[in-house]
Design a protein around this ligand. Structure first.
Ligand SMILES: *Cc1c(COP(=O)(O)O)cnc(C)c1O
Length: 491
């Protein structure tokens, strides 16, 4: 199968090239030339298989250059003992028509693992297929979850190294500890003075420095990125929509072929777009509900067809959704309109921060998507309410989706739905404790135990003992020193 750039569909590349390049040279994102179809009968057959077999069946349709044996090996390494649930991505049921799809049983306790455990395998195999002999160095600017998930994915992967920069005061205590205690011989982590924008600007500067690239090239190294615009990150996320649908059918709550809604806490539009691909492949998804926090640029877009990033940026209790430009939306727009229109809109976004897709494209979007947004206050209130009612504890990102679905059901008809849960509540202990009316002003090391004691729930294994582990990476550099640090690490 060939992959095209969203901004110019003339030049197709192989799947391996799309994954190795990440971003197309014209600045566009890679999309598959067609969407493979699964019949209801094939979905019925999937139902009897475990998560790994489902993954090979779904992912394989998009990666015909990879043999089934290769994919089976990657999937076996990706979703194995590093997950603390044998089901990998279990669906828990809250009542007769509501499921919660838990995507945080991987090593870093957030949904980024679902893709970032897989990407290193796909990337190194793609580089091999392309005859690349240099080492790849993954360079990441992170506001928390991506950095740790990428570190876990790339730690001790042959032919690769990884450098992660995070803003010194811009991540949670748990997130910081997760990164500073990272294992692996090929990893480097450093704090940077400043906020996330400073860190990202620093990383972009390193990527844009041609002399630096040549210096690295002489050392047999090239730089690449692991952010969510890479097709190799989107692809593994399609699988869990199939698996959760199968779980819903197996529970007896719906019949095979019945419609099912998915409500997805959304930032960069990667997770929910994977759901859209699943729907277009033939999975009977009725609606995809895009849930935002106070940064509700996508809510306005899905309601009006106008994307407008000219607005205040809010820091919320669901920081992984604090985003004003959702990169993966470009892929959806391409599928619904074409490369010429997308190129124009993306140029307008860059120049004015705004574009309008018009009535026709808006109608096509609304045929598949609904939307809503939650305030911090509502999200926290629902964390407390659900816990009091059922004993189920959810994190702040999941709570945004829960709130949006609850409000939708209050005013409209009720349909069976899955709430996609993207992080363990233990990753955001302080906000969850706040939500429960508990004092969260305790030292970082005590937060996890405090939440466990307050809720009689058990923290995930990767997080227990986190504060007792040796911190390997305690450095903090000014933005100007990032490049020198990378060079020193690679020498
Ligand atoms: C990244 C992330 C999201 C948003 O996912 P997108 O694919 O960027 O829309 C939501 N919740 C958590 C916990 C995340 O880490």
């Amino acid at each position: 199968m060939q992959y095209y750039s969203t901004r110019d569909r003339r030049n197709g590349v192989s799947a391996a090239a799309a994954i190795a390049q990440g971003l197309a040279r014209d600045g566009g994102l890679f999309v598959p030339q067609s969407i493979p179809q699964l019949s209801l009968d094939e979905i019925r057959q999937l139902r009897g298989r475990d998560y790994r077999e489902k993954a090979v069946a779904v992912i394989g349709r998009y990666l015909d250059e990879f043999t089934e044996a290769e994919l089976t090996a990657f999937v076996g390494e990706t979703y194995s003992a590093n997950y603390d649930s044998a089901e990998i991505a279990p669906t828990r049921f809250l009542d007769a028509d509501t499921g919660i799809l838990e995507l945080w049983h991987g090593p870093t306790c957030a949904f980024k693992d679902m893709a970032l455990q897989m990407l290193p395998r796909l990337l190194t195999a793609s580089l091999k297929k392309l005859g690349e002999t240099r080492r790849v160095c993954i360079l990441v600017a992170t506001s928390g979850d991506t950095g740790k998930a990428a570190l876990e994915g790339f730690a001790d992967v042959e032919g690769a190294s990884i450098v992660v920069f995070y803003p010194y005061n811009g991540v949670s205590e748990v997130q910081k500890r997760q990164m500073t205690t990272q294992r692996g011989e090929n990893v480097l982590v450093s704090a940077v003075k400043g906020n996330f924008d400073d860190v990202q600007a620093g990383v972009k500067q390193v990527f844009g420095d041609r002399d630096f690239m040549q210096t690295l090239d002489k050392k047999g190294v090239f730089l690449s990125s692991a952010n969510s615009i890479n097709w190799g990150r989107l692809l593994p996320q399609i699988v869990y929509y199939f698996s959760s649908y199968c779980d819903f059918v197996s529970s007896g709550r719906i019949k095979l072929g019945d419609g099912l809604d998915f409500c997805v806490p959304t930032g960069n539009f990667g997770d929910i777009l994977a759901g859209w691909y699943a729907k277009k492949m033939g999975l009977p998804i009725r609606r995809l509900i895009c849930a935002s926090n106070a940064n509700n640029v996508l809510t306005d877009f899905i309601n009006t067809g106008v994307y407008d990033r000219n607005r205040a940026f809010h820091t919320t209790v669901s920081p992984s959704m604090d985003i004003l430009v959702s990169s993966n939306l470009e892929r959806l727009l391409f599928m619904l309109s074409g490369d010429t229109a997308v190129k124009g809109w993306m140029e307008a976004l860059k120049a004015t921060g705004r574009y309008d897709v018009g009535a026709e494209v808006l109608a096509a979007i609304r045929a598949d998507f609904d939307c809503g947004c939650a305030t911090d206050g509502t999200a926290k209130a629902f964390i407390a309410e659900l816990f009091a009612k059922t004993g189920y504890l959810m994190d702040t990102h999941t709570a945004d989706a829960y709130a949006v679905l609850a409000e939708m059901r209050e005013t409209g008809a009720r349909f069976p739905a899955v709430i996609v849960s993207t992080a363990s509540p233990y990753k955001f202990c302080d906000s969850v404790l706040d939500a429960l009316g508990q004092n969260s002003a305790v030292p970082g090391a005590e937060l996890i135990e405090k939440l466990a004691a307050a809720t009689s729930t058990r923290p995930p294994k990767p997080l227990t003992g986190l504060f007792g582990k040796t911190q390997r990476f305690t450095g903090c550099v000014p933005k100007e020193k990032m490049q020198a640090l990378v060079l020193d690490f690679l020498s």
